[in-house]
Design a binder for this molecule. Structure first.
Ligand code: BV8
Ligand code: ZN
Length: 236
């Protein structure tokens, strides 16, 4: 922990990659943990274009359930610590795989959302995208003014990440002295590849997680523990 605090103090440019683990202490179920929300569902039945084409109502019921869970939760000390870090470090990039919006709620100003946002919807016909903060969307599946089906504006499996967001994330990682990888199982690509990109760009990589992941062996320091506890201590 001490060396990481040192690296943070010295770093001129820091990048952070977060996953569902940073929201776990807010009460948001993760995807792959024991009580992971995907345990009750099969991911290919939900987060894919074909699942949506086959049964848009089922997919929307899953997103409505997640929206209702998120409506009850607040950011945790880990989110707030990252928002503080953004103010302190001149070149700072927060890259998240999460779609829950908790980083923004905690005050993070520039968030690179690799997988989109659960609070935005997009029409599959006219591609109009808008924010929809309703806890539960009625009359599923929702229809656009143009008559097309509305879908959650998130990135599903097999779909490309938003090009500009991904390019900005890569550039931030390549320019960083230090990459913090927090609360991700590091199995979903291309997001998980950012750790390797940081290493090959000469940055130090620190992982904060409850458990080891497929990237733990490649990185410089593994801090085992809940991000909601470790992050505030790291930046104190
Ligand atoms: C792409 C958004 C190509 C929606 C998500 C075969 C067929 C098709 C594709 C593939 C394939 N094989 C591989 C692929 C690529 C695929 C992929 O990586 N699959 C994996 C599963 C093998 N990737 C894609 O499909 C991507 N697109 O490749 O497109 C392409 C390119 C050009 C043109 C056309 C196509 C798209 C990936 C995005 C998928 N969308 N979600 C939604 O959220 O509803 S992924 C989903 O998983 C979430 O976004 C989530 O963020 C992400 C990763 O999960 P984690 O965040 O890591 O969460 P998880 O539960 O897994 O882990 C939690 C971690 O936290 C654990 O490690 C735990 O220990 C830790 N933790 C828990 N509590 C705490 C904690 N840590 C600290 N403190 C705590 N308190
Ligand atoms: Zn439309």
């Amino acid at each position: 922990m001490h060396s990481v605090r040192q690296w943070l103090a010295e770093a001129r440019s820091v990048a952070v990659l977060t996953g569902a683990g940073v929201s776990a202490e807010s009460g948001v179920p993760t995807f792959r943990d024991a009580n992971g929300l995907w345990k009750q569902y099969r991911v290919q039945d939900l987060a894919t274009q074909s699942a949506f084409a086959r049964d848009p109502k089922l997919v929307w019921e899953w997103y409505n359930w997640r929206r209702s869970v998120l409506a009850e939760v607040k950011p945790n000390p880990g989110h707030y610590a990252l928002a503080k870090l953004e103010k302190r470090i001149p070149k700072f990039a927060l890259i998240t795989q999460n779609v829950d919006g908790l980083h923004e709620l905690a005050g993070s100003r520039h968030v690179l959302r690799l997988h989109g946002s659960i609070w935005e919807v997009r029409c599959i016909a006219c591609a109009r995208q808008s924010v929809d903060l309703r806890v539960s969307i009625p009359d599923l599946p929702p229809i656009c003014e143009c008559g097309g089906l509305l879908r959650p504006a998130v990135v599903w499996f097999g779909e490309p990440l938003p090009r500009d967001v991904w390019r900005a994330a890569e550039a931030a990682v390549q320019a960083s002295d230090l990459l913090l990888v927090i609360g991700t199982s590091a199995v979903v690509y291309p997001a998980a590849g950012l750790a390797q990109l940081a290493k090959s760009s000469g940055a130090r990589v620190v992982e904060i997680n409850l458990a080891k992941t497929p990237i733990t062996s490649e990185i410089d320091e593994f801090l085992q523990g809940p991000s909601g506890e470790l992050l505030p201590r790291l930046i104190a």
